[in-house]
Ligand binder design. Structure first.
Ligand SMILES: O=C(O)CCC(=O)C(=O)O
Ligand SMILES: [Fe+2]
Length: 220
C-alpha cells in the first residue's frame, strides 16, 4: 500500500473560500443608498437570531447586537440589488467552487452596526434534509459615510471545524463579499466613538435561496 503523494488534507479544516468584488456602485448610487439609510434611521429595529441556522429564535444579545430595517421597508431596493447581483453570480459561484443552481429568490436585509455591536460565529442556513428553499450563497455589500468613523467590524470566515483557521475581510466601502451560506462566520466588534447613526458600518445582506432538489419518492 502506498501513501498518497499529495494529501489534500481535511476539507473541514481548510480556510474558507471567499469572493470579493470592489467598486460595485457608482458614487451617485452609493450616496443615494446612504441617504436612504439615514432617512430611515428610526425604522431600524434590534436584530434577532434564529431566522436561519442560529441556535434559538428571538433576540440574543450575547450572540448578536445590531439593528436592521424591517424587510418590507427595504423592498423597493430588492429588484435593484438582484439586478446588480445576478450578472456577478456566475463568476462568484465558479470562484467559490459551486455549481450553478436554480434560484428560488433573493432575500435582502439592510443592517447597521454601531459602537459595541457584533455578530458572533454562526452560519446563515439550515443543514439536513429539507424541501425549503434554503440559503445557498451569502453576499454582503458594505457602505459607510466618509470619512469613515468606525474601526473593527471585520467579517471573519472560519474553517468549518476550526476556530484558529480563518480569513478576515475588511468591510470596505462599496465592497461585495460572497461565501457559501454554510461557512461559519462572525462580525468582529465595532468601535464608533461618535455613536451617530450616519457613522455606522452599513451592510446589505443578500441571501440567494436555492430551489430545493426533488427528493426521491419513498418507494416502500
Ligand atoms: O455584516 C456582515 O459582515 C455579515 C453579517 C452576517 O453575517 C449576517 O447578517 O448573517
Ligand atoms: Fe451571517
Amino acid at each position: 500500500m502506498s501513501a498518497p503523494i499529495d494529501s489534500p488534507g481535511n476539507p473541514l479544516e481548510r480556510a474558507p473560500t471567499v469572493a470579493v468584488r470592489d467598486a460595485i456602485l457608482s458614487a451617485d448610487d452609493l450616496a443615494e443608498l446612504l441617504a436612504f439609510a439615514v432617512a430611515h434611521e428610526t425604522a431600524f429595529k434590534p436584530t434577532g437570531v434564529g431566522d436561519a441556522g442560529a441556535s434559538a429564535p428571538g433576540l440574543n444579545a450575547e450572540h448578536r447586537v445590531s439593528r436592521a430595517l424591517p424587510p418590507r421597508q427595504f423592498t423597493p431596493s430588492r429588484d435593484r440589488i438582484a439586478a446588480i447581483v445576478a450578472p456577478l453570480l456566475p463568476g462568484i459561484l465558479s470562484e467559490l467552487g459551486m455549481k450553478a443552481f436554480d434560484i428560488a429568490r433573493y432575500e435582502i436585509e439592510l443592517v447597521r452596526h454601531n459602537d459595541g455591536d457584533y455578530y458572533r460565529r454562526h452560519i446563515d442556513t439550515h443543514m439536513g434534509p429539507s424541501d425549503e428553499a434554503r440559503r445557498a450563497v451569502s453576499l454582503v455589500y458594505y457602505f459607510h459615510a466618509e470619512p469613515k468613523a468606525f474601526t473593527g467590524g471585520a467579517l471573519r470566515l472560519y474553517a468549518v471545524n476550526r476556530n484558529d483557521v480563518f480569513v478576515d475581510i475588511e468591510p470596505e466601502r462599496n465592497r461585495l463579499v460572497a461565501f457559501a451560506s454554510w461557512i461559519p462566520h462572525e462580525v468582529l466588534p465595532i468601535s464608533c466613538r461618535s455613536a451617530r447613526f450616519i457613522d455606522s458600518r452599513f451592510a446589505i445582506n443578500c441571501w440567494v435561496r436555492m430551489t430545493p432538489p426533488t427528493l426521491p419518492k419513498d418507494q416502500s
